[in-house]
Ligand binder design. Structure first.
Ligand code: FAD
Length: 254
């Protein structure tokens, strides 16, 4: 594809957001380069291989209410391949897995009744908040301790937060819980009585491969770098100082 007269655009970060931006921009008018610090594309959605099985590094599902993700999959021609399965939830404690997919199973969990009631109240309260911006100023742990109590925080919330966010859960704000609960409630409002989780066969590896294929047809480029040190506006566009020891150390992109 000729580069004459085309705008040169750099997208820093080749996660799903960067790839989606590249998909939107790449084409006859724009020459798009994705600059990625990791050895492969995908960011948090990148796959890994265990014993020959390639699957998402982090557990990912798509809900019926995830309109943007489904829109992207549609654009990539993958939505019709999606498989939808009914969700089953479990609670693992003391070496045993307890089903917790409905109210009766939830009430049978090996937690004190008062803790179960406080956890349920916490979820109801957060689901009804519409001024979520204020939650960004409150630490998630602090907020959960206030609403669910110390015991429920330690036995119920903290193990889940650690599994999802690692030790970064300490830095997360209460808005994280708001967003998670809103997403699950929206999925339940989809009209179906049961909750369905969807995935593309092959997981995000298949989605990323398709993304690269579509981008290839639109004449994109990818550049691998260490994490950028700085980027700053310049009269002709933006300057991106790459973290690589090798040249180019600085490129002007527009
Ligand atoms: C455990 C877990 C489960 C999840 N489950 C779901 C789920 O079920 N459904 C769902 O929709 N979402 C889920 N998510 C969230 C989803 O993975 C993220 O929202 C999404 O992948 C973020 O994409 P992103 O492109 O914004 O950021 P990232 O994936 O973080 O990508 C950013 C990229 O930019 C690169 N980068 C950063 N700085 C620089 C720099 N200076 N120079 C060059 N490159 C740079 C990084 O290496 C990275 O590849 C989950 C996340 C986790 C951790």
């Amino acid at each position: 594809m000729s580069t004459v007269g085309r705008r040169r655009i750099a997208v820093v970060g080749g996660g799903i957001l960067g790839l989606t931006i590249a998909l939107r921009l790449a084409g006859p008018d724009n020459e798009v380069t994705i600059i990625e610090a990791a050895p492969e594309l995908g960011g948090l959605a990148s796959p890994w291989e265990i014993d020959g099985l390639v699957w998402d590094r982090h557990y990912h599902v798509t809900l019926l209410s995830d309109a943007h993700t489904r829109g992207l999959l549609r654009e990539l021609g993958l939505e019709h391949e999606m498989r939808w399965v009914e969700t089953k939830t479990g609670y693992y404690a003391g070496g045993r897995l307890y089903p917790s997919s409905n109210t009766i199973e939830y009430l049978r969990l090996p937690l004190r009744m008062i803790d179960k009631l406080r956890i349920a109240a916490t979820i109801i309260v957060v689901s009804r908040l519409d001024r979520w911006q204020r939650l960004e100023e409150i630490g998630l742990e602090k907020w959960l301790r206030r609403w669910s109590g110390r015991r429920a925080l330690e036995s119920f919330w903290r193990p889940q937060l650690r599994a999802k966010l690692g030790d970064s859960y300490r830095e997360a704000s209460a808005a994280f819980l708001w967003a998670t609960v809103q997403r699950l409630y929206a999925a339940r409002r989809s009209g179906l009585k049961k909750e369905l989780f969807g995935y593309v066969p092959g997981g995000y590896a298949a989605i990323l491969a398709r993304c690269s294929e579509v981008l290839e047809g639109r004449g994109w480029r990818s550049a691998w770098t260490r994490r950028s040190r700085e980027s700053s506006p310049e009269p002709t566009g933006w300057s991106y100082r790459s973290g690589t020891a090798e040249p180019p150390t600085s490129t002007t992109w527009w």
